[in-house]
Design a protein around this ligand. Structure first.
Ligand code: NOJ
Ligand code: NOJ
Length: 490
């Protein structure tokens, strides 16, 4: 290994440890107190809650992320599980997962009418702030399983009274996936297997009864059918079916398996043959259809969150590879920080073209998501997963393998080329890590965005999801490197 590569890996190991500790600051942050003056609200985080960011901000101008988001918390909990598995956290950290399950179960039992009856609705709202607050009627309608679509909650376990993009249906699916992964830890199973199964049933039931419905996307902006939501739902239902079968819950298992199979067909419809990539949102027509959005990093994040190991909608899907390549080109051209970058750096990535949230800039979780994607691809290739050369994947594979496109014949990549692909994908993932290193401040703290013009931190400070995405990307790198090592030995 050359000095440059070693320097990057040493930095990444240090940053990994830092990120694990930084994540923990948002978990069960019971010592923090948040005052929302405009609402006359005081929030003390409960045990098991996970803040999207522990930073105190109130759109002054940084955003107030002092909430337990379903999506963010599931991603963070899964990263904690990985840190326990690889020994970065000692096994006593399993208590965080147990607390997370307990807290999540309490959220599932919330309902609007009770919340109103118990005086949860703020009495003293600043008049200028009223437009941001949900009506009592809207809160009163949160009944039955509706509460699982809330998207986010106060970290003290109460309903969020602020207007927001709802319902969001990716959260329960992501939480189901995270909880199923917890079961691989024996100590967790012994300690909290039963409540975890109860939570899993809530999340699978919600997903079963809502996957056919439009919802708000993970960017909390548009109602429609979203690739990310659907793929994580698909994965949760498919894996959930196996889980339920093992539990003897055959009927529910069958229903999950059937829905998972239908969702695969739905996901295929997101492919735009003309553009040659998956669309983040299904194109719809009609007066209430949201405007068409072509490329969205949500598709790539979906592949890593869902964790399918082979076949369509996995990291080896040729159409998925084409989507990532198109995104790389898009942000490469769009962001000035990507111009004249060092040769060992990949482009910094954002969410989608013409994003206007804060500086609409680069995101750590997008850039690290690409790194993780390539590490997963490296591992899949090293394990012998079928990688197909098709119309869509020919150019991306040729670029990765540094070979003329014409030399790649249609069909599965064979032996030697697959090994070369594993190496190339690992290198490409490292180029994304190098980019993240380039834009990580000396303090090692990761915000949500970094400016597309000068790389300065932007939007929320200390975004827990940014830390989680570093942790999961590095874990994927280590697994890929191990698999490749084993392949060389045998
Ligand atoms: C728009 C942003 O794009 C989205 O990600 C954010 O969560 C919502 N606004 C809420 O402010
Ligand atoms: C904005 C992102 O768009 C959304 O996905 C996330 O849940 C929130 N920030 C909180 O981190």
């Amino acid at each position: 290994m050359n000095a440059q590569a070693k320097g990057l890996l040493d930095w990444a190991s240090e940053q990994h440890r830092f990120c694990v500790r930084a994540m923990l600051r948002a978990v069960s942050a019971t010592a923090l107190v948040k005052h929302r003056l405009a609402l006359g609200q005081t929030i003390r985080p409960a045990r098991g809650s996970i803040l999207a960011s522990p930073a105190m901000a109130a759109y002054d101008p940084k955003p107030d992320y002092f909430f337990h988001w379903l999506r963010d918390s599931a991603i963070v909990a899964d990263a904690l599980r990985q840190a326990i598995e690889d020994g970065t956290l000692e096994s006593s950290a399993i208590e965080h997962l147990v607390d997370f399950v307990d807290f999540s179960l309490k959220l599932c039992q919330l309902d609007g009418p009770t919340f109103l009856r118990q005086g949860g609705y703020p009495e003293a709202i600043e008049p200028s702030f009223r437009e941001h607050v949900r009506s009592r009627e809207e809160i009163g309608e949160i009944a039955g399983d509706r509460v699982l679509g809330e998207g986010r909650y106060n970290a003290d376990g109460s309903l969020d009274v602020l207007r927001w993009g709802r319902p969001q249906n990716d959260g329960p699916a992501l939480r189901a996936l995270a909880v199923m992964h917890f079961f691989t830890l024996d100590a967790f199973r012994v300690r909290a297997g039963e409540p975890a199964m109860t939570l899993l049933r809530y999340d699978l039931d919600y997903t079963l009864s809502h996957w056919r419905a439009r919802c708000c996307d993970l960017w909390e902006e548009a109602i429609g059918f979203h690739y990310h939501t659907r793929l994580v739902q698909q994965a949760a239902l498919e894996t959930g079916a196996d889980f339920l079968t093992a539990e003897g819950d055959a009927d529910r298992a069958r229903a999950c398996a059937a829905a998972a199979s239908d969702l695969l067909t739905e996901l295929d419809r997101h492919f735009d043959a003309q553009d040659g990539f998956y669309r983040g949102r299904l194109a719809e027509t009609g007066p209430s259809a949201p405007p068409v959005r072509r490329l969205d990093i949500a598709v790539v994040l979906a592949a890593i969150h869902a964790g399918r190991r082979a076949g369509t909608h996995s990291v080896v899907d040729p159409k998925m590879l084409a989507t990532l390549f198109a995104l790389e080109r898009l942000f490469d051209e769009k962001y000035s920080i990507n111009r004249a970058r060092p040769a060992d750096c990949a482009p910094a990535l954002g969410r989608y073209a013409s994003d206007s949230y804060f500086s609409g800039g680069a995101y750590y979780f997008s850039t690290l998501g690409a790194a993780q994607f390539y590490f997963l691809l490296a591992r899949a290739a090293a394990e012998g997963a079928e990688v197909l050369v098709t119309k869509e994947s020919r150019a991306p594979l040729a670029e990765l393998l540094q070979t003329p496109a014409a030399s790649l014949t249609q069909g599965a990549l064979v032996g030697g080329l697959r090994e070369t692909l594993a190496e190339a994908a690992l290198d490409r993932g490292d180029m994304y890590l190098a980019t993240v290193r380039r834009f990580t401040p000396a303090s090692r703290e990761l915000s949500e965005q970094f400016s597309q013009h000068d790389g300065a931190p932007d939007s929320a400070d200390n975004l827990t999801w940014s830390y989680a995405s570093f942790v999961t990307a590095l874990a994927a790198r280590r697994r890929a490197a191990r698999t490749m090592e084993k392949g060389r030995e045998s």
